[in-house]
Design a protein around this ligand. Structure first.
Ligand code: SF4
Length: 470
């Protein structure tokens, strides 16, 4: 997915920019980048590093001296190298995006046919942030250009632009699929994907940008350039999986939502278990809620080796993902032996990690293994936010089972997506059987949406029920 941070201050922005961007590290694993604008020298400074083998702070801390100025933007990117800096009839500007462009090839062909060109081909493909900047400069001003992006891009796109007047323009995706939160403190404003960037940098949440809203930030305040749209489709998976526990979107805190969904599930679950445990990190909040709702103790029967696996690191290659998943979690025989353990996890995508985890739990003495999942089964691939874990529907365990049962992975999807239908029950029982689970239950869509606390029509739930605004 990716996450960004931008700040504009009366004094140097560099420290806040460095840490604020770093606090988005759980959202991407490919590239990190920073850009600042020094108004005295009239110069941009930029740096981009590969994050596939190490962390953002390690890569950037030795070169912070090169960044100067009161305004800057930073990105943890799951896709292309960013920020891009371009010179145009709108002036020079740096841009970072959190985007997924489904129709990239179509837009690219159109821009090339208009004699435009792409220069940022370092990763071998067209850089989607560069493509977005080319769409922007087709406008007579930034707002018109960003509206052009909103009109043309299928998928999603939120962005921050650092312009040479020293201000930052923040524009949230037109359907609000990805968030932007504005923070303020004495002498500075900031915009970020994750509000967990704010507390340690002393920012207070000022506002949540609405879908399609565009604002200009200076050190003195925030000016609205475009009103938000009424309709919203914020990604519900932000609360389930992507988000850091202390983050809030639309005023709803990630940990609270996870806790509430676990609580509700625990209150109505008839299973007999000795304890509830969470698969670190995203299953922990739900497990704490489940334990309270069910009236059983919360135990840490698996711990994450935090000294060297401090964040949710998801490499793009399957073998590496499996190795990382195995290495970072350590089972605890003392807490597992002869117990009926119930584990909460965020979701099941391919099922590979769950299968490996369950095998280890039995090997370490668990008598029964029950699994509870924070969301409904993932039936549809995500076309909107670059959910890297499910590039193709056929990678989903649900679709592979549907293919086996129906002879066609696309058949009767609505039935399999309906909790309690015979097809749904069959699919869930096959997953449980394949992994040797004593029991397996997924949260219902209603409970998840209730825990999020927004009206269903404002939340994207496409990957669970196929609903869509297009
Ligand atoms: S399809 Fe799923 S992952 Fe994609 S935006 Fe919607 S809820 Fe989020």
């Amino acid at each position: 997915m990716g996450g960004f941070f931008g700040t504009v201050a009366k004094a140097s922005c560099v420290t806040d920019l460095f840490y604020g961007t770093d606090y988005n590290s759980h959202l991407g694993t490919k590239r990190g980048g920073l850009a600042t604008y020094d108004a005295e020298e009239g110069m941009f400074a930029r740096s981009i590093h590969n994050l596939e083998s190490t962390y953002f702070r390690t890569k950037f801390e030795d070169e912070l001296d090169k960044f100067k100025g009161n305004a800057g933007i930073g990105i943890i990117s799951d896709t292309d190298p960013q920020p891009i800096i371009i010179n145009s009839h709108l002036g020079r500007f740096a841009i970072v995006t959190v985007a997924k462009i489904v129709n990239l090839e179509e837009i690219e062909a159109e821009l090339l046919s208009k004699n435009m060109h792409f220069a940022e081909l370092s990763s071998g493909n067209t850089n989607q942030t560069e493509l977005i900047s080319l769409l922007i400069i087709q406008g007579r001003n930034f707002v018109e250009g960003i509206e052009n992006v909103f009109r043309r891009v299928k998928g999603s796109c939120s962005m921050l632009l650092l312009s040479e007047d020293g201000s930052i323009i923040a524009a949230r995706d037109k359907w609000g699929r990805t968030p932007i939160v504005i923070g303020r403190k004495d002498g500075a404003y900031a915009a970020t994907s994750e509000s967990s960037s704010f507390p340690n940098l002393d920012y207070e949440i000022d506002r949540y940008l609405g879908p399609g809203e565009i604002v200009r930030m200076t050190a003195d305040g925030v000016e609205q350039l475009r009103k938000p749209e009424e309709k919203m489709q914020i990604c519900s998976f932000l609360w389930v999986y992507y988000g850091f526990p202390t983050s809030c979107y639309e005023g709803r805190n990630v940990e609270e939502v996870r806790f509430t969904s676990g609580l509700k599930m625990g209150q109505k679950d008839a299973s007999q278990v000795d304890c509830a445990c969470g698969i670190p990190d995203s299953g922990v909040g739900m497990a704490l809620g489940y334990a309270e709702g069910k009236g059983v103790p919360y135990h840490r029967a698996i711990s994450k080796y935090t000294p060297t696996w401090p964040r949710s690191f998801t490499p793009s290659k399957q073998e590496m993902r499996s190795l990382v998943a195995k290495m970072k979690l350590i089972p605890n025989r003392a807490m597992l032996k002869d117990k009926r353990v119930l584990f909460c996890d965020d979701s099941i995508v391919r099922g590979t990690q769950l299968r490996d985890n369950v095998k280890v739990l039995y090997e370490y003495g668990a008598k029964e293994v029950h699994i509870r999942i924070a969301c409904p089964p993932l039936i549809y691939a995500c076309p909107f936010v670059g959910f890297t874990a499910s590039k193709s529907p056929l990678e989903l365990i649900t679709r592979r089972i549907i293919a086996e049962l129906e002879g066609d992975p696309d058949k009767n999807l609505e039935k399999y997506a309906t909790t309690g239908s015979p097809e749904y029950e069959k699919m869930v029982s096959i997953i449980a059987e394949r992994f040797g689970l004593t029991s397996l239950k997924f949260n219902t869509l209603e409970t998840l949406v209730e825990a999020i606390g927004l009206p269903k029509c404002k939340v994207c739930t496409h990957c669970f029920d196929g609903s869509s605004c297009f």
